[in-house]
Design a protein. Structure first.
Length: 181
């Protein structure tokens, strides 16, 4: 995001994850000072300072206090700001989760990710409106550091895959929510 001209920040509860992210950012000459260890229930940012908050790869279901996490995300969003999060879909046809995970972690993810509907109902409590849900198929390739043209190729791949396999469910549910004005 920083290379696209956005002021991007990252937080994780795990110092190990923060260190790993900082190493990756340093490898591509990006500022590592914007990666912080923080609890999502008490973010170290001012009220209304972000246009967009993301919570990806199912991390929203890792919290034992999702209500507080959602209230805090709403606090740091500007009016009409967007909140995008993803949740693993254990019922998906091709559900490999992350290949780096142990089988035990993937069993745990399967268990906690069945709580999708309660999270959808929790969104209204802090005042989010659910705008759209999209299921995503993940190709077995790391595209995090890919160019935009490579990402477009993978997006086309997903469209063709879905066309050939009608009804295919994705591995991730991607949720777009808005904070009202």
């Amino acid at each position: 995001m920083s290379k696209l001209g956005f002021d991007a920040y990252g937080v994780d509860h795990s110092q190990h994850a923060v260190n790993a992210a900082a190493r990756l950012l340093a490898q591509v000459d990006l500022d590592t000072d914007r990666i912080k260890r923080a609890d999502a229930r008490a973010l170290p940012f001012e009220d209304g300072c972000f246009d967009l908050v993301t919570c990806m790869m199912g991390t929203i279901v890792h919290s034992h206090d999702t209500r507080s996490m959602l209230r805090e995300i709403r606090r740091v969003l500007r009016s009409d700001g967007a909140f995008i999060f993803s949740i693993w879909r254990p019922e998906a046809v091709e559900c490999g989760f992350l290949s780096v995970n142990t089988p035990e972690i993937n069993r745990w993810l399967t268990h906690i990710c069945t709580e999708v509907h309660p999270i959808e109902s929790l969104l209204g409590e802090p005042g989010f409106s659910l705008v759209e849900i999209k299921e995503c198929v993940l190709a077995k390739r790391n595209i995090y550091l890919s160019t935009s043209s490579e990402c477009a190729v993978w997006q086309d791949f997903e469209v063709h895959l879905r066309a050939r396999h009608h009804g295919l469910q994705g591995e991730l549910g991607l949720y777009l929510c808005k904070k009202p004005r």
